[in-house]
Design a protein around this ligand. Structure first.
Ligand SMILES: [Zn+2]
Length: 256
């Protein structure tokens, strides 16, 4: 890749899929004005990663439950210049495919199936991870990857999130959503239950082990907390500081 030390990389065990986390990048494609830049930067990245520039997908993840594409997982397809897909995830069934989205505190999750050689790459913030009748984008992804319930062949890599201590929910919609986690998973998924300080890493482990996966099937990499990491962009930090945020972290999933 570009040799930048701040790029974090994690392969699946057989190198069949790789996730890159690139902190502090421009809003490449979420605003019209950046469209040409987005296309150029993404094709450059694809080319450096050995992927045909025509085989990349720009995803615009949903920021809340009202956003277009919230909790939507769609079949992967290449996006054209000045185009992106509004969804939280893509299901990839062909090799040689690159997918990118931007995030600032929300987890990026890649699921790879060693048996079928398919993968699923998704954005998992508090809204999409919130359990409704026990279901969330995490369980949706598992069921889509392995409808037969055979999860033994899955490898999961996760990057990019805020830690529990920096993610309290003391009021408003956030509190209501955090309560849904409390009701479904109990106090264990909070670093402090009183302030509803939600630990999404613990949530991810809880959800997957509840479905019978081993914790060994999940790998966390990259910065331990985007709020704390001086190189990463944090949505929560911008909110607390009341400063506008025009950058995010880019995550890239390459299915080889
Ligand atoms: Zn933190």
């Amino acid at each position: 890749m570009s040799g930048d030390k701040s790029i974090y990389t994690q392969d699946t065990s057989n190198n069949a899929a790789t996730m890159f986390f690139i902190p502090n990048t421009n809003q490449l494609w979420s605003q019209d004005v950046f469209k040409p830049t987005a296309y150029f930067e993404a094709t450059k990245l694809a080319s450096e990663a050995g992927i045909q520039p025509t085989r990349m997908c720009l995803l615009q993840a949903a920021s809340n439950v009202d956003s277009t594409g919230h909790r939507v997982i769609t079949p992967w397809r290449a996006t054209e210049s000045s185009e992106w897909i509004q969804a939280d995830g893509v299901h990839i069934t062909e090799v040689g495919a690159m997918t990118m989205f931007q995030t600032a505190d929300c987890a990026a999750v890649g699921v790879y199936d060693k048996r079928t050689k398919t993968s699923l790459f998704y954005h998992c913030g508090r809204p999409a991870g919130m359990p409704i009748d026990g279901r969330s984008i995490m369980t949706d992804a598992l069921d889509r990857m392995a409808p037969d319930g055979d999860f033994d062949q899955l490898e999961i890599v996760v990057c990019g999130m805020i830690c529990g201590a920096h993610f309290p929910h003391e009021s408003g919609l956030g509190r209501i959503q955090a309560d849904a986690y409390l009701n479904e998973y109990g106090p264990d998924v909070f670093s402090d239950v009183q302030t509803r300080s939600l630990d999404m890493k613990k949530v991810l482990i809880k959800v997957h082990t509840k479905r019978g996966l081993s914790p060994n099937q999940i790998t966390f990499f990259g910065p331990t907390c985007t709020y704390d990491d001086p190189d990463s962009i944090s949505h929560r930090q911008s909110l607390v500081a009341n400063t506008p945020r025009d950058r995010a972290n880019s995550v890239v999933w390459i299915h080889r």
